[in-house]
Write a protein that binds this ligand. Structure first.
Ligand SMILES: *[C@@H]1O[C@H](CO)[C@@H](O)[C@H](O)[C@H]1NC(C)=O
Ligand SMILES: *[C@@H]1O[C@H](CO)[C@@H](O)[C@H](O)[C@H]1NC(C)=O
Ligand SMILES: *[C@@H]1O[C@H](CO)[C@@H](O)[C@H](O)[C@H]1NC(C)=O
Ligand SMILES: *[C@@H]1O[C@H](CO)[C@@H](O)[C@H](O)[C@H]1NC(C)=O
Ligand SMILES: *[C@@H]1O[C@H](CO)[C@@H](O)[C@H](O)[C@H]1NC(C)=O
Ligand SMILES: *[C@@H]1O[C@H](CO)[C@@H](O)[C@H](O)[C@H]1NC(C)=O
Ligand SMILES: *[C@@H]1O[C@H](CO)[C@@H](O)[C@H](O)[C@H]1NC(C)=O
Ligand SMILES: *[C@@H]1O[C@H](CO)[C@@H](O)[C@H](O)[C@H]1NC(C)=O
Ligand SMILES: *[C@@H]1O[C@H](CO)[C@@H](O)[C@H](O)[C@H]1NC(C)=O
Ligand SMILES: *[C@@H]1O[C@H](CO)[C@@H](O)[C@H](O)[C@H]1NC(C)=O
Ligand SMILES: *[C@@H]1O[C@H](CO)[C@@H](O)[C@H](O)[C@H]1NC(C)=O
Ligand SMILES: *[C@@H]1O[C@H](CO)[C@@H](O)[C@H](O)[C@H]1NC(C)=O
Length: 681
């Protein structure tokens, strides 16, 4: 029926568009728009210059009589304030000014337009509070999200606007409780208050609103316990990042249609209640970062729609449930950070639907057995197993095959042995992280054949030998056509960043194209061909035993943001051409045996002395006065002289900041313990 109504609307609006083509703009509306335009600090492209008839202007739609019915100016970089005059466009049905730089308070008169159906002022910089008097009798969608609005949530909103369906107030500073008057929002289908300062409890009447199917209260200060007794229509319910406490109630039978339930990062405790572990409707269940206990006991015969299960960072115990493969649609599982033991159950070898498995920071054992099991999951593309398997040897069984695997992350496990040959068969691999283990031997050259690899972290192992030249051929790092960043297939959550604007983050970190081979015992030279890796963003080779010169070709790494070559035995000069690396924001060649003049200009003017220290033969702005070095170079017996010079600049020309950083770098040794915070938790 809805589809039918939509078609009718589309047809009707099509007719009105055809009929209004040649209408002449109403003079009052023309005046109102000119006032609006004058309130802008920026010109509005496609206005006035083209025609004096405002019905011809960009983003304006008129009806047959020349009345403006739509004003749609999204993403036009409009800067300025919203003139009251807009309210005299009294026939307006759509006002969409989203994604501009509009500021000031929103003129209250806008909230009294009799025909307005859609009001979208999202992603601007409006401030002040929401008007206390609102009379939008035709409104269906009101979106003021992602502004700097404050004050209470307008209580009377639904009194005059009885037909409102979507109310989006997210990412502002609205404070206080959800007003009791919302009890009468009987048409409301979608309420979003994410990332505000909402306090108080979740009033039970919200669950009774007859049409409400989507309720999102993420990232507020909501307290109290969850409760509901009457059947609710909710399909989507998100209360993550609040202060909700108490036992996770056995009330899921009151939400017969709930498909998405997220309550991560609250203070929920208790076990998984039977109404949840038998829910046929739930598709995504996200209870991460609470204090839930007991065994993970799901009835997969009942949970026929479960697709994404995130129970990480709770206090669950026991083994990994061996019945999970019986949940027919289960694709993504994160059970990390619980007190689980044992190995990955052998039943997982028939886990057809599984594509994502994260079991970090569990006390798992038997990596070899676990991998043998998981290789039979035909769709497994992400496997994250950080911080388990203490001191086991990495499986060297050359028969292991993971055809679909795109992400393999097994760091912080103290794994021993060599980098195994079976990795050679992971032809779809994009992300490989085996850092912070105790792997020995050389880096195998076949890694360079993995045509999709864009993120390789082998740092903090005991690897030795030369860097295989094949790594300079990695296709994923040679071509910019390969997607700029890969990320784990996680749902994205929204939070406010420090500057008040949107910050999107996923559970995992993002993975910029990276080669991290730092903290090993690698020898030999840095291949000039590394310069071919134009898609590389991070090159970290610090703390190895690399020798030779810094190749001039590294200046071709046009995407590079971080380049750390410190703590090696590199000699020669810093190639001047590196100055042209415009994205380079972190750079270090400290503690090598470099000589000559530190290049200046470009990004080099932003680096500090810590990037260059520990190279007695380097001179330039920070380290040594070049004239002194030249003088020294002219003396035949300069070697001893240089030696006595080393400590000098620290004592003379530089402030305590410099001394401090030097001390820090000297004191912090080559770290080899595994106490780093686990990024894949
Ligand atoms: C509108 O004006 C155009 C030319 O400007 C003309 O071709 C068209 O027939 C007019 N349409 C109506 C409905 O009058
Ligand atoms: C314009 O506004 C004035 C004053 O509100 C009104 O008298 C006049 O009828 C309006 N003109 C049109 C064309 O609507
Ligand atoms: C407003 O315009 C933007 C850009 O055209 C569009 O993405 C958005 O959906 C519009 N808002 C509404 C409520 O239709
Ligand atoms: C409802 O509309 C009337 C008339 O515009 C207005 O006076 C009143 O303040 C509105 N009520 C609310 C709660 O906004
Ligand atoms: C909801 O509407 C009813 C009927 O109009 C009214 O009696 C009641 O007071 C309203 N509830 C609130 C909380 O305003
Ligand atoms: C659940 O959805 C079905 C079908 O969409 C609908 O008929 C039913 O009323 C809904 N249940 C509740 C409690 O809203
Ligand atoms: C976990 O939840 C607590 C509040 O219960 C919150 O302070 C913390 O930031 C959350 N941690 C993460 C990683 O989201
Ligand atoms: C499972 O999902 C399907 C498709 O979304 C839906 O039609 C069905 O009603 C759901 N099953 C239950 C028991 O909710
Ligand atoms: C599991 O779900 C099935 C199907 O809904 C049901 O018949 C069975 O009784 C449930 N088992 C338990 C232990 O609840
Ligand atoms: C983890 O579980 C084991 C038994 O399974 C128990 O002995 C241990 O105390 C638990 N550890 C924590 C931190 O709860
Ligand atoms: C490891 O797992 C495999 C396969 O599940 C099993 O055959 C083997 O006995 C296990 N080894 C240990 C030491 O538990
Ligand atoms: C530094 O390089 C010079 C030659 O450029 C060499 O004589 C000296 O031994 C090197 N120093 C170290 C510590 O490697």
């Amino acid at each position: 029926m809805n589809v039918l109504r939509l078609c009718v609307i589309v047809i009707l609006s099509g007719i009105s568009v055809a009929a209004q083509l040649n209408s002449t703009c109403d003079s009052n509306d023309s005046m109102a728009l000119k006032h609006f335009m004058n309130g802008m600090d920026t010109a509005i492209d496609g206005w006035t210059s083209r025609s004096s008839n405002c019905c011809d202007w960009d983003g304006i739609t008129c009806d047959y009589s020349g009345k403006v019915i739509k004003l749609e100016l999204s993403r036009k970089r409009l800067v300025g304030t919203l003139a009251d005059s807009l309210a005299s466009l009294y026939q307006l049905r759509t006002l969409n000014l989203s994604r501009n730089l509009l500021k000031g308070t929103i003129a209250t008169s806008i909230f009294h337009l009799a025909y307005l159906e859609i009001l979208d002022l999202s992603s601007n910089e409006f401030s002040g509070s929401f008007p206390s008097s609102v009379n939008l009798p035709s409104i269906q969608l009101l979106d003021v999200s992602d502004n700097n609005l404050e004050g209470p949530i307008a209580p009377g909103l639904c009194i005059n606007s009885t037909g409102i369906k979507e109310l989006k107030l997210g990412v502002n500073y609205f404070a206080g409780e959800i007003p009791p008057e919302f009890e009468n929002c009987s048409s409301l289908e979608h309420l979003c208050l994410d990332a505000n300062l909402v306090s108080g409890i979740i009033p039970e009447y919200l669950f009774r609103l007859p049409k409400l199917f989507r309720l999102s209260l993420q990232d507020n200060n909501v307290i109290g316990q969850l409760q509901n007794t009457n059947p609710s229509n909710l399909l989507y319910f998100d209360i993550s990042l609040n202060l909700i406490s108490g036992i996770l109630p056995d009330f899921f039978h009151t939400f017969p249609n709930l498909t998405y339930f997220a309550a991560h990062s609250n203070n929920l405790f208790g076990t998984i209640p039977p109404s949840l572990s038998n829910s046929g409707s739930i598709s995504s269940l996200i209870l991460r970062n609470n204090s839930l206990i007991g065994f993970i006991d799901l009835n997969c015969s009942a949970m026929i729609n479960l697709t994404f299960l995130d129970l990480a960072d709770n206090k669950f115990l026991g083994t990994i449930p061996d019945n999970l493969p019986a949940c027919p649609k289960l694709k993504m599982i994160d059970l990390g950070g619980n007190n689980l033991t044992g190995q990955i159950p052998e039943t997982f070898n028939k886990f057809e639907s599984l594509s994502y498995l994260s079991l970090s920071m569990c006390n798992l054992n038997n990596l070899t057995g676990s991998l043998n099991t998981l290789q039979h999951c035909p769709n497994l593309n992400t496997l994250v197993l950080s911080g388990s398997f203490n001191n086991e040897e990495i499986s060297s069984d050359s028969n292991l095959i993971f055809k679909s695997l795109k992400t393999l992350v097994i760091p912080n496990c103290k794994l021993t042995g060599k980098i195994p040959d079976w990795l050679n068969g992971l032809t779809n691999l994009r992300i490989l992280d085996l850092s912070w283990n105790q792997l020995i031997g050389p880096i195998p050259s076949f890694l360079g054949n993995l045509s999709s690899l864009v993120y390789l972290d082998l740092s903090n192992n005991f690897l030795d030998g030369k860097i295989p030249k094949t790594l300079t051929l990695l296709p994923g790092l040679q071509s910019r056509n390969i997607s700029f960043e890969v990320s784990l297939d996680f749902p994205i959550f929204m939070r406010r960043a420090m500057n008040g604007k949107l910050l999107y983050y996923s559970y995992g970190i993002r993975f910029p194209p990276t080669l991290d081979l730092s903290n090993n015992f690698l020898t030999g030279e840095i291949w000039p061909e590394f310069g071919n890796l134009i898609n590389l963003h991070i090159l970290n080779l610090k703390y190895n035993e690399l020798s030779g010169k810094i190749p001039e070709n590294l200046a071709n790494l046009s995407s590079i943001e971080t380049m750390d070559l410190s703590h090696n035995d590199l000699c020669g000069e810093i190639p001047v051409s590196l100055v042209k690396l415009g994205m380079l924001s972190k750079f270090s060649v400290a503690y090598n045996n470099l000589t000559g003049i530190i290049p200046s200009g470009g990004q080099f003017s932003t680096f500090s002395s810590t990037s260059f220290e520990g190279n007695p033969g380097l001179c330039g702005e920070f380290v040594l006065n070049c004239r002194e070095v030249e003088d020294l170079l002219q003396k035949p017996e300069f070697e001893e002289e240089v030696e006595s010079m080393i400590g000098l600049p620290v004592l003379t020309g530089f402030g305590t900041g410099f001394v401090f950083t030097v001390v820090l770098l000297v004191v912090v040794p080559r770290i080899r313990d595994t106490k780093r915070t686990d990024k894949f938790e």
